[in-house]
Ligand binder design. Sequence first.
Ligand code: APR
Length: 314
Amino acid sequence: MMRRAKISIIGAGNVGATTAHWCAAAELGDIVLVDIPATEDMPRGKALDLMQSSPVMGFDANILGTTSYHDTQGSDVVVITAGIPRKPGMSRDDLLATNAKIMSSVCEEIKKSSPEAIVIVVSNPLDAMVQRALQVTGFPAERVVGQAGILDTARYRTFLALELGVSIEDVSALLMGGHGDTMVPIPSCTSVGGIPILQLIQPERLEEIVDRTRKGGAEIVSLLKTGSAYYAPSAATAQMVEAIVRDKKRLIPCAAYCDQEYGVGGYYVGVPVVLGSAGVERIVELELTDAEKSAFENSVQAVKELVATMATLV
Ligand code: APR
């Protein structure tokens, strides 16, 4: 008999609750939605509400809301969305001090309650937060991974499909590097229905679309005004949860710990990985052009600086 996966989601705000929604609807497992005691009954309310959608939508999942890590014990996957989101005018890096502290306290708990879990970090600034999660949990690096690449690539694919007037199903793309303004498009790995992207779009126009993608998160923040994006970020996160609990071995871009890989030297950065039941089972090393390589190195440099700043803060 197969046991249902236990998925704990830390932070029952917009991203956390919506991740719970996607995971439940796809029957990925039983879900525990956790928030801080100050939120009182909020996580319980959201969990109950979501569970009451199951008879209508037709999914089987137990969904529990709580403020106690006791309920998360023995989770297979822990998703961390705890933290504050951006407001208009803020960069992801402006969240660093507050979210680093939150990340440390959450990871101390996870380490005790779910020592075998695979941890997916979503809180921003992502590349620094996932590094903090690795440090505090002390888990092997393949069990600590960050969500950024699927979201960035999804934004890019959306813009490309809109530009070309074609189905998003036919747009395949890859972005690498940090989850910030330095993300690196890889045009040689971007195609539409198998056709290389540069046969369909002029390089200057492609650059404009890449630029909109880089600022994709800020565009949503400036429209929402009260917080940051959550539908697409949580859909991307649910795809990672699915890859793990169903051992799908998806080849997708994630923030993975790269040491020798790409010569990064021990930092989290967006790279294509194979994601399965063991977590990051493989980092795929591509041959990059000189321009891609230097853009990637620039992005890694930005991640290193962020991690160095974080070390001075807490
Ligand atoms: N433990 C658990 N939950 C916490 C903690 C903590 N230590 N600290 C804060 N939280 C909770 C908040 O109480 C809140 O309910 O995290 C939740 C965050 O929810 P929102 O404010 O709605 O923010 P959201 O849009 O979900 O973004 C969360 O994900 O995409 C990133 O940049 C985003 O860092 C932000 C995070």
